[in-house]
Design a protein around this ligand. Structure first.
Ligand SMILES: [Zn+2]
Length: 346
């Protein structure tokens, strides 16, 4: 079941299948629907994909509109069930990079890497083959006699040839077909694709609703983890699943100041580097007398040496380029923590 569908079960007042902080923007989008293509932008981990699916689900919902407040999907008709549970709705085409299928809980039996090679690393890109499948989908008659919807996420991860092929589809839409392109960074999209879409920017998630949702999902000290994740609830959930909880986060400044890399060694390298980067960022703020953004006030040393922080930040950026394949992960973590220690000690 997808994360969007998981949200349906979350004990909150949000409509079924809708993450609580997305309910307001979703109602607005449904009320002011314009054009056949929508470009949804939002911060990483804020729920753009879940928003796109909730929108598609609402458009495809077969319950009478009069019984659905704000036009949001009912969550129990056959169409809603097909989207949420089996993900085999005949009038919904979802394009994701192979690498995102599993992470987003959107994996169908037929979702094989291009060419069927299961040993190959899953692609981080949306291929021309996938866009061609959407073009083929657009030529078919609606399976349930209503609209057809194509969801693409993250749209900025379309290969150039794939984006060009999509452009043709956006320029000559078939009747009764809608597109939702969800993305974190619209500048990565072809300007010609952007110009054919109605842009919608998601507001930052409401922190109270998001923290409550995380607490309902079983995260202790959810508010702290939400701050650690820049206010992005799905990013907080993902970090927690990877082993970064609020207790470790609160200890991180002291661990680095003491030069102790041990508790970080069990985390994936990209997460270690990102976490150290946030500490470096907050130490820079603290050194300038500004309140930290990701860590609790007072937990970050305020007397770090700016030049050493700059060097540490550069080393973290270099390490980030090879974070997926470090030559020696344990040694790299140790080296980055020791460099952080020197910087934090001023
Ligand atoms: Zn429905």
């Amino acid at each position: 079941m997808s994360r969007a569908a998981d949200a349906a079960g979350a004990p909150s007042t949000s409509p079924p299948g809708v993450l609580p902080w997305l309910a307001g923007p979703l109602a607005d989008a449904l009320r002011h629907q314009r054009g056949h293509a929508l470009l949804v932008q939002g911060a990483q981990g804020a729920g753009q994909f879940e928003f796109a699916i909730a929108l598609a689900r609402a458009w495809l919902c077969e319950s009478p509109a009069s019984g659905r407040p704000d036009g949001i999907a009912c969550g129990h008709c056959e169409s809603c069930r097909l989207v949420a549970a089996d993900q085999i709705h005949p009038d919904l085409c979802v394009l994701l990079p192979e690498a995102r299928h599993l992470a987003l809980g959107w994996q169908r039996p037929g979702d094989m890497p291009d060419g069927g090679d299961t040993k190959r690393k899953p692609s981080e890109w949306i291929s021309i083959r996938q866009v061609r499948s959407a073009i083929e989908f657009s030529t078919l008659t609606s399976g349930r006699g209503r609209l057809k919807v194509v969801v693409i996420h993250p749209a900025e991860r379309m290969q150039p040839a794939a984006a060009s092929a999509l452009l043709k589809l956006l320029e000559e839409p078939q009747g009764g077909q809608r597109f939702v392109l969800a993305c974190g960074d619209a500048t990565g999209l072809l300007p010609t694709v952007r110009s054919r879409c109605h842009a919608l920017t998601l507001p930052a998630p409401d922190s109270v609703l998001a923290a409550r949702w995380l607490a309902d999902a079983g995260l202790p000290d959810a508010a702290a983890l939400l701050v650690a994740s820049g206010g992005a609830p799905l990013a907080a959930l993902e970090r927690h699943a990877l082993g970064l909880d609020a207790a470790l986060w609160s200890k991180l400044p002291a661990l680095v100041a003491a030069g102790d890399p041990q508790p970080l060694q069990r985390l994936p390298m990209p997460l270690v580097i990102e976490s150290l980067h946030k500490l470096c960022h907050d130490a820079m703020l603290a050194a300038c007398g500004v309140a930290p953004r990701y860590f609790a006030a007072g937990s970050v040393p305020a007397d770090a040496a700016i030049e050493r922080l700059v060097d540490w930040g550069d080393a973290l950026r270099r390490a980030a380029r090879h974070a997926e394949h470090p030559w020696n992960a344990a040694l790299l973590v140790e080296s980055l923590v020791l460099q952080g220690r020197r910087a934090l000690r001023g």
